[in-house]
Design a protein. Structure first.
Length: 119
């Protein structure tokens, strides 16, 4: 059953990731990957919330592993960082790594704090 829940969550998270990334990126003219950053931070906040809320294993499979796993993407962040560096935008490449990690961790903490405050 868990595998099915993960698949359903991923079936929603993956297209949402693509659409949100394209929507955000279309509003910026820079080469910086704002869309990927946005979905990664949002997914980190949701996952932090779910973890702190201590949801059932089924909800975690559906929303945490499936949805958040498909919504967020470390591999794309890595690819975009390498692309920035190869195109001579090393400061932006470094900023992408630093901001992605710090903002993702911060969002997870905020999401967790929100769950605790609600719960």
């Amino acid at each position: 059953m868990s595998v099915l829940l993960v698949a359903v969550g991923a079936a929603v998270g993956a297209p949402l990731r693509y659409l949100a990334d394209r929507w955000v990126q279309a509003r910026h003219t820079s080469a910086f990957p704002w869309g990927t950053l946005a979905v990664n931070v949002a997914g980190s906040a949701v996952l932090g919330f779910l973890a702190a809320a201590q949801v059932s294993s089924g909800v975690m499979a559906l929303a945490g592993t499936g949805f958040c796993g498909a919504l967020t993407t470390w591999s794309t962040m890595g690819y975009e960082t390498v692309r920035l560096a190869e195109e001579g935008m090393r400061p932006q490449a470094v900023a992408n790594v630093v901001v992605s990690v710090l903002a993702g961790l911060g969002a997870a903490v905020v999401g967790g704090a929100m769950a605790i405050a609600i719960g």
